[in-house]
Structures are given as structure tokens and as C-alpha cells.
Design a protein around this ligand. Structure first.
Ligand code: SF4
Length: 955
């Protein structure tokens, strides 16, 4: 027996968390760790645990967890941090340990269910997994055999895994992936990708001199807990923290400099800072000279100019001279002197600027993608790219292992997700799907929603409902979900998928300067297997018959192609036992053996296999520290064999590319008659360069210009749809910030975590004191917030923490259910009445939250009554014509609630919402050339290059 009071020692992968490791049981004791049972205090009664590492599934950060399995009952008792995880280093946010609530949630779905009555009627029958697989698999098989591939679609909300669907969907021959990206990060992705090919930043906050955040990143940003740790470490080491956030968020309160700009003015501020750097010559001239495509820009836009760097600097000075601090102050409402102070801080960063924008302004505004583009401009000007304390591309800090067998790129193009109007979108135009179906652009025979609740999360949810209930548009809707959701209620199958401790997945995220992978595991299955009780399928070890996607997709693929005649099955056969179904040990074990650098060696040192190593520690650090791919010198052999284009300095090879081990999505600059690009000459030295067409950082994006947007091909300020000039404050018009997240909640699944809902269950509308006075409202008064297509009724929260003229409401709340005892968790949802007539929808809360009897005695102790208000229903779709991002901010009119209004009321006109969709669609500029989309740009599930053609090749 282990003595819990004895000192611990470090595991092999302590990384930089050595001191914290002392606070955790050491890994060699994880199979049999003993703690005194706190409920028996003051007696010392030992309780024995097996600690099994897994990965949190509650946001994209992929922090490590340890599942504590009680060895007597074999139940998971709690979750704590995994100290061996290089990203989270043993720490978690509130949502990590709350996984235990999700596991024990009395309202969770435990068995596969099939619809019994009409769609949405709420009648279900329990079915076996075999029955569900047979039915769904048979239907997909028919679609494939009949050439209706585009009628099968997989639509993901929370992915929570790397590389899995790249294995599955191409093997079925589909271009059928859909995502939530366009309601989330499309704007930021586009802004970054037009510069460098990769679509995400990876800041090294811990080593920065200046940290510049656009959003409430410290509390709710992308990679929130791992980033928060390092932002605070950076600040404690002396870094200056600058935050742009219209609300006084927790992040703002932690900042050295916080500004509250008018929403949509952020790019104007960033360009004023850029202008300051350029006009005062406080930028990294050498970095810009070497790595920016200024020659290409001068050739394309200033052909008469000398082709010299000095000429470019002169042009640059002229271009940005208009972005004065005074202009930025007028646009943003922030004092010019404060902006100048920020610019001075950035200028003094010494090449160590860690900067980040993900959702926030980039996801809120028309032209929001230019916010990320202008922010990266500052990283470029300060030479802060890929260096310690700077900002890297995500892919340099991420590793996605390659599975044993991948299908070739499919030769299809799915116009429902990649419509002609959005050639530059990042990525699938997911939130327009119901409008496309309404317009008759296609139909779906089998539609999977996977941990996705579009009816509630997306804008224009009632248009989703209209389509989801229509069997002529969606033949079979399969909801793969751990919990009930508003969307799952309208499914034909509801198939329970596991939480963080009930599934296998691989994860790797760019949480800091380094590279790691982590292994999510079905904790109870692993514990049982360690005790000698083998499970064939994960649902045998999970609560009820809750399953996991990876095994589900393997079995479904065999069901689609039982005899192998469709050419699907062989992708799902064991790499070790030809012709046999692949197991989870084999799928993951093969990747750990063959596709993770350093892991086999680390495992061998411990006398273990790579799979056993990952099952034991749950994570592996591939590299620590920043490593800039673009700086890598080509080997003398590579350089000697390459051909150089004298005009561009790009090096080409005719040698075939070896299959990559790291299959992180990567831009693919086109081959030319000289071959495949592999590098670029920088001052005569052959370097890898960036994965852009110019092989450099693209200040000027020829791609953007060629695809119809020359006026925004360089970093520019685009006036938002909520620019102050379009908001008549005298008529009580406001800008509604609808995007902000609460640190304690997840989009959909926190409804099933009682601790989280107890902390956060209300989303009042923030309003500045001066506006409240003008409207004669006080805290708690009801207001009607009217959008272009409807309205919602909410309580007001009067505060100085928001800019006058702007209101804010968190999107996390407002969950609802249609039946008394079923559907979304009763701890978090209101029971509602829903009425519709000719596209006029009304939702009214019949009852809020209250105590109820269940298998969990805590549900009888519920003291809160509020479920919040569902604002997203009232938002029309507003797709940015370039990035495809939904522009979340709304121009709204606020009035005191009408006498007949009640808290939580929602009214929507979906006829009008379709008109708004048509109006925004008319802003697009579809391509006129040979290609649907630039082939070099990132595209998940990239099809074969021939599928990109919109016209036959020129003769
Ligand atoms: S930040 Fe919180 S919710 Fe996200 S993975 Fe980490 S612990 Fe889980």
C-alpha cells in the first residue's frame, strides 16, 4: 500500500512543472494510490484508487485530466489535473473537474434511441447498437452505390480529436465534412492565413515582453487554461499585458492597459500602431526585408516603382499615413494619447510580441478578418514571428499523427458546404446550410450532427428547426451526442457518445512554444483492463451503453461495406492482422509506434511499448520551445537538386514528396513546370520559407486580389456593419455584443454539469449607466431587444463596465426543452411553449428551473430559477463575403418591455431571415476563373486538385 503522506518524486516528463509535480501522486503509484476517505474523518480509512490519465473534452484546449477510479467499486470518483501533460501541467479550469457531473448526470442519454413518433414529438424507443448500425450503414451504402455521396454529411460541433475524420470520410469517398468554424473562428483564420498560409497563431506568452490580446482571452480564449497560465507567467516576469475588450472582462481587469473600443474599430487602432512603427522607423527592417513579399507587391501594384526595399518603405509610409491616432480615436472612442502609449509599448517589445485574436472582433464584424490580419502585421513589423516570446504559426506547435492507412483525396466537391459564392471562406459555410436546403441546392439523406447543437448555438435557429423537421430535406438525422440538446430532439436516432473519460481520441494543440500529443482514454475500460477484465467495445465499460465515436465509425464502416466490395472496408482493417477489424489498441498503437517522433525511444527507456507509455501518462512532449519552420535551412542535397526561379527565388524539386508523419492541415502551394516548391532563397541562403505562393509572408495577397477583392489585399481597415455611423443612438439603437463566453460554461454540454450551472445560470443584458438612465431602466428591469428578424426579452444589468451605446449578452444561456421530464437537463433549461404560423415563431417560457427528484439527491437542492434567454434565435445569418465568418454583432433597438412581454420571450420571422440571407449573399463575388477556390489555401478534407476546377482546363 502507498503511504499518501510520503514525499513524491518526478515522473520522466516533468517539463517545466517540476515544483507542481510535488502536489500530485507520482505516476509509478497511479495503479494503486491510497488516500484517506475524507467522509470518514477524523478516522483514517484508506481508499484505493487507480489513476488513469485522459483529456478534458469540454473545450478545445485539451487539458490533461486524471480519472480517479475507485478500485472497490470501479466507478470514477473524481477528476483532477494530469501533471504529466505538457500543455496544462496539472491545472484545469472549473470545467475540467466538472466532468464528473457530466458522467453522473441523471438526465444523460444512456442508450441508443430511435424516434417512434413524428419528428420532434419526443417519442423514442430504445434500440441496440447493432440495429442502429445496420439501419444507418445500409442507408449510407445505398447512397454510395447510387452515387449520392453528397447526401451524406457529418457536421461537427466540438471536434475534440485530431485526424480521425480525415481517416473516415475520405475512405467513404465523401466530401461530406461540415464544421462549426464559420460561426467561430473563420474571420481570424482568414486574417492569419492570407499572411502565412497557416490559419492560427501560437503565441509564446510566457517569454514575451508585450502581450496583446483582442478579446477576453485570459478567461475564455482559445486554449484558455494553458494560455492563461502562461500569460500570467509572462506578466509576472515583467511582460506588459494590453487588452482590447469593449467589456470590462476578467481579462481586462488583469491588464496593464485596457481599452474599450467601439466594436469593429480594432483594425483602425492596429493600423495606427503600425503607422507609428513605420513612420518612426521603429520596425524590424531586416526581418521585413527578408521575409515579406514586398517585391511581389511592388511589381503588382506599383509597377513603375524601383524594385528596392527603400522604395517599398516609402510606399508603406504613404499607405498607412492616414491611420493616425486621431483617426483611430474617432473610430474607436479611445483617447489618442492612450493609443499612442500602446503603440510605444509595442514598438519597445524587442521582437517579443505575443499577440492573439481568435473569435471576438474577428467573429463579430463585417471585415473582421482584417483585425487578425492587422494584428499579425504588428507581429511582422516587430520581427516577432517564430521566436522566443513571439508568435508562431499553429502548425509549428502541433502534431497530428498519421494513421496506418489514408484514402487518397476524393474527386468530389460538395457545393452545400463549399458554395461558389465563397471561394476564400475558412471553412465550410456551415451556418448557411438550412438556407441552401430551403433554396433547393441539395438535400441530405443521412445527416450526422456530432456534439453539435446548431438550433441553439447557431444564428437563426428557427430556420434550422424548419429544415430539421422536414423529411424531404433531411432524410435521416443521426445525433451523436453525450447529452440531450435542442437539436437532438429533432433527430431520428440519438446515439449516446462518451464524455472525456469515456472515449479514445488524440489531441494536440498549440498551447505554447512546444509540441505535444495527448491521449483521451475511456478511463473505466482502461482500469478494468488493467485488472484483467477485457472489453470488446468501449460501451461495455461505460455507463449504460454509452459509446465512443472512433469505435462507432470503424463498425459503421464495416456495416457500409461488409464484404469489402465498395473499397471502404480495407481502410478499417488491422495493420497487424490482415483482413480483421482494427481495434483501438491497434489504431492508436500503430500511430504511437510509427508517427510520433521520440515516443518509441521514450517508451523503450521505460521498458514499455509506445501504447503502454501513452496509456500510462496520457501525454507526450515532442518538443519544448519555439521552432520556426520558415527559418529552417534546406540541406545541401535538397538545395543542390532544386531548380530556382530567378524571378521569385523559389526553389523547386521534381522529387516526389514523402508521406508526412504529421498530418496537421497544411497549405499546399501549387507545383509549376519547375516542380514542387520546397524553399526560397533569402539573401542567397536556401530556406524552407512560408507555405504561401510567394514562400514569404504575404503583406500583399495576390490570392485575395485575384479572387475579386484587390482593395483589401493588404492589411486594411474595413468598416463594420455596426460602425457608429450606422447606429442611431437617439433612436435607442445599440450594438449588441453577443459573443462573449463565460469561463464556467461550455456551449451546450455544461447544462449537464450541476456545479457549472449552479455558478452561472443567467445572462442579463449589460447596459451602461448612462444608457440605462436614458431609457429609464434599472437593474432587473425587462427590456425588449429587437434585431432585424425578431426580438428577445431579457433583464438588464446596469454597469460601468461597458461602453455607452453598446450592450452585451453572453450566448451561453437560454437553454430550453419542450417536454416536462425529457430533453435538455432540467437543472439548466426552461420548459417552453413553441408556436409557429407561416414562419412567425414564438417561444415563451412556461417555467424556469426548480428542484426535482432524480437519481442525484442534489437536484432536489436546486435553488436557482433562471435558465437565461436564448438570444441567438433572433440573429439573422450575416456571412462575411470574404472569410465566410458569421458576423455576430447585431445592430439592435432596445426598449422597455411591452406589458405583455415576459422574461425569456423570443419572437422570430424566418421569412425575413431568409431575405437577410439573400441580402448578405448578394455582397459576395463568386470566382470567374478556372478554379472554385485557390488550391494552395488550407481546406480541411482537401479534395483532389481536379475537383477544384469550375471550368474545364484550358486547351
Ligand atoms: S481549459 Fe478547462 S474546459 Fe478547456 S480543456 Fe482545459 S480544463 Fe477542460
Amino acid at each position: 500500500m502507498t503511504d499518501p503522506t510520503r514525499p513524491t518524486r518526478l515522473p520522466p516528463q516533468a517539463t517545466d512543472a517540476g515544483e507542481r509535480m510535488q502536489q500530485y501522486p507520482p505516476p509509478e503509484t497511479w495503479d494503486d494510490w491510497v488516500e484517506w476517505d475524507q467522509r470518514e474523518w477524523p478516522r483514517k480509512v484508506p481508499r484505493r484508487y487507480m489513476l488513469v490519465p485522459t483529456v478534458c473534452f469540454n473545450c478545445e484546449s485539451a487539458c490533461g485530466l486524471l480519472g480517479w477510479v475507485d478500485k472497490e467499486t470501479m466507478q470514477v470518483r473524481k477528476f483532477e489535473g494530469n501533471p504529466a501533460h505538457p500543455g496544462s501541467r496539472g491545472r484545469n479550469c472549473a470545467k475540467g473537474p466538472a466532468t464528473i457531473n457530466q458522467v453522473n448526470d441523471p438526465d444523460r442519454i444512456l442508450y441508443p434511441m430511435k424516434r417512434a413518433g413524428a419528428r420532434g414529438e419526443g417519442r423514442w424507443v430504445r434500440v441496440s447498437w447493432e440495429e442502429a448500425l445496420k439501419d444507418i450503414g445500409g442507408r449510407i451504402r445505398r447512397a454510395l452505390v447510387e452515387g449520392r455521396h453528397d447526401e451524406v454529411m457529418y457536421h461537427v460541433g466540438r471536434p475534440g480529436h485530431d485526424g480521425l475524420m480525415e481517416w473516415i470520410l475520405p475512405a467513404w469517398g465523401l466530401d461530406g465534412h461540415n464544421s462549426h468554424t464559420n460561426i467561430c473562428s473563420a474571420g481570424a483564420r482568414a486574417g492569419y492565413a492570407f499572411w502565412m498560409g497557416f490559419d492560427r497563431p501560437s503565441p509564446d506568452h510566457a517569454n514575451a515582453n508585450v502581450i496583446l490580446l483582442i478579446s477576453s482571452h485570459l478567461e475564455t480564449g482559445h486554449y484558455f487554461n494553458p494560455h492563461a497560465q502562461r500569460i500570467v507567467e509572462g506578466q509576472m516576469a515583467g511582460a506588459k499585458l494590453i487588452v482590447f475588450d469593449t467589456r470590462l472582462s476578467n481579462t481586462a481587469s488583469r491588464a496593464d492597459t485596457w481599452i474599450s473600443p467601439w466594436p469593429g474599430s480594432e483594425a483602425a487602432i492596429l493600423l495606427a500602431i503600425a503607422n507609428h512603427l513605420i513612420s518612426t522607423n521603429r520596425f524590424d527592417r531586416e526581418f521585413v526585408r527578408k521575409w515579406v513579399n514586398w517585391e511581389e507587391y511592388l511589381r503588382a501594384v506599383h509597377p513603375a516603382s524601383p524594385l528596392t526595399f527603400e522604395a517599398f518603405v516609402t510606399v508603406l509610409k504613404t499607405l498607412y499615413a492616414k491611420y493616425t491616432f486621431e483617426l483611430a480615436a474617432r473610430e474607436s472612442g479611445v483617447d489618442a494619447r492612450i493609443l499612442e502609449g500602446i503603440a510605444d509599448d509595442v514598438a519597445g517589445c524587442g521582437g517579443k510580441l505575443a499577440a492573439h485574436n481568435w473569435r471576438s472582433a474577428a467573429a463579430g464584424n463585417l471585415g473582421g478578418w482584417q483585425v487578425a490580419r492587422c494584428l499579425w502585421f504588428l507581429s511582422v513589423l516587430t520581427g516577432s514571428i517564430g521566436v522566443e516570446g513571439g508568435t508562431s504559426a499553429n502548425a509549428w506547435d502541433k502534431w497530428v499523427p498519421r494513421p496506418h492507412k489514408l484514402a487518397p483525396h476524393v474527386k468530389r466537391w460538395n457545393g452545400l458546404t463549399w458554395p461558389a459564392e465563397y471561394p476564400l471562406s475558412y471553412f465550410e459555410m456551415s451556418f448557411l446550410l438550412p438556407h441552401f436546403l430551403k433554396e433547393g441546392r441539395g438535400k441530405l439523406d443521412v445527416y450526422f450532427t456530432r456534439v453539435y447543437n446548431p438550433m441553439w448555438t447557431n444564428p437563426d435557429g428557427f430556420t434550422w428547426l424548419e429544415v430539421l423537421r422536414d423529411e424531404s430535406k433531411i432524410g435521416l438525422h443521426v445525433a451523436l451526442t453525450p447529452t440531450w440538446s435542442e437539436t437532438a430532439w429533432w433527430a431520428d436516432y440519438v446515439l449516446p457518445m462518451g464524455h472525456a473519460s469515456e472515449r479514445h481520441d488524440l489531441m494536440s494543440q498549440e498551447t505554447h512554444a512546444g509540441q505535444w500529443i495527448a491521449f483521451r482514454q475511456p478511463v473505466r475500460r482502461v482500469a478494468l483492463e488493467r485488472m484483467g477484465r477485457k472489453a470488446d467495445r468501449t460501451y461495455e465499460a461505460n455507463p449504460g451503453q454509452v459509446w465512443e465515436e472512433t469505435e462507432f465509425w470503424v463498425d459503421l464502416s464495416w456495416e457500409i461495406d461488409p464484404d469489402g466490395s465498395l473499397g471502404v472496408r480495407h481502410y478499417f482493417e488491422s495493420p497487424y492482422r490482415p483482413g480483421e477489424r482494427i481495434t483501438m489498441d491497434e489504431y492508436f498503437g500503430w500511430m504511437f509506434e510509427n508517427s510520433v517522433p521520440g515516443l518509441p525511444e521514450a517508451a523503450a527507456k521505460e521498458g514499455s511499448t509506445p501504447l503502454a507509455y501513452m496509456r500510462k501518462y496520457g501525454a507526450f512532449e515532442i518538443r519544448a520551445g519555439a521552432e520556426a519552420e520558415f527559418q529552417r535551412a534546406l540541406s545541401p542535397e535538397e538545395a543542390a537538386a532544386a531548380q530556382i526561379d530567378p524571378r521569385t527565388g523559389i526553389l523547386y524539386t521534381t522529387a516526389p514528396a514523402p508521406p508526412p508523419k504529421n498530418i496537421v492541415p497544411t497549405p499546399a502551394p501549387a507545383a509549376t513546370e519547375l516542380g514542387r516548391p520546397i524553399g526560397v532563397l533569402i539573401d542567397g541562403s536556401p530556406r524552407f520559407g512560408f507555405r504561401t505562393p510567394s514562400r514569404r509572408l504575404e503583406f500583399y495577397s495576390a490570392t485575395v486580389a485575384e479572387y475579386g477583392w484587390p482593395e483589401v489585399a493588404i492589411p486594411e481597415y474595413v468598416r463594420s456593419h455596426v460602425h457608429p455611423d450606422s447606429v442611431d443612438r437617439s433612436a435607442n439603437e445599440f450594438v449588441l455584443l453577443s459573443t462573449y463566453r463565460l469561463p464556467t460554461l461550455i456551449h451546450t454540454r455544461s447544462a449537464n454539469a450541476k456545479w457549472l450551472v449552479e455558478i452561472s445560470h443567467s445572462n442579463p443584458t449589460w447596459m451602461h449607466t448612462s444608457d440605462a438612465k436614458r431609457l429609464s431602466v434599472v437593474n432587473g428591469d425587462l427590456v425588449r431587444v429587437s434585431t432585424e428578424i425578431g426580438w428577445f426579452v431579457d433583464k438588464v444589468w446596469v454597469t460601468e463596465g461597458i461602453r455607452p451605446g453598446v450592450i452585451a449578452c453572453s450566448h451561453h444561456l437560454g437553454r430550453w426543452r419542450l417536454a416536462e421530464g425529457e430533453g435538455v437537463s432540467r437543472a439548466a433549461s426552461a420548459l417552453v411553449e413553441l408556436n409557429e404560423s407561416g414562419g412567425q415563431w414564438d417561444l415563451r417560457q412556461r417555467r424556469g428551473v426548480g428542484p426535482y427528484k432524480s437519481s442525484d439527491p442534489d437536484t432536489e437542492r436546486i435553488w436557482w430559477t433562471d435558465a437565461g434567454v436564448h438570444q441567438n434565435l433572433t440573429f439573422p445569418v450575416q456571412p462575411d463575403p470574404v472569410s465566410g465568418s458569421h458576423c455576430w454583432h447585431q445592430k439592435v433597438k432596445v426598449s422597455k418591455a411591452d406589458p405583455q412581454d415576459r422574461y425569456g420571450d423570443v419572437h422570430v420571422d424566418t421569412v425575413k431571415s431568409h431575405e437577410v440571407f439573400r441580402r448578405w449573399l448578394s455582397m459576395t463575388r463568386p470566382p470567374t476563373g478556372e478554379w472554385r477556390r485557390p488550391n494552395w489555401m488550407l481546406r480541411p478534407f482537401r479534395p483532389d486538385v481536379q475537383a477544384y476546377r469550375r471550368t474545364p482546363p484550358p486547351k
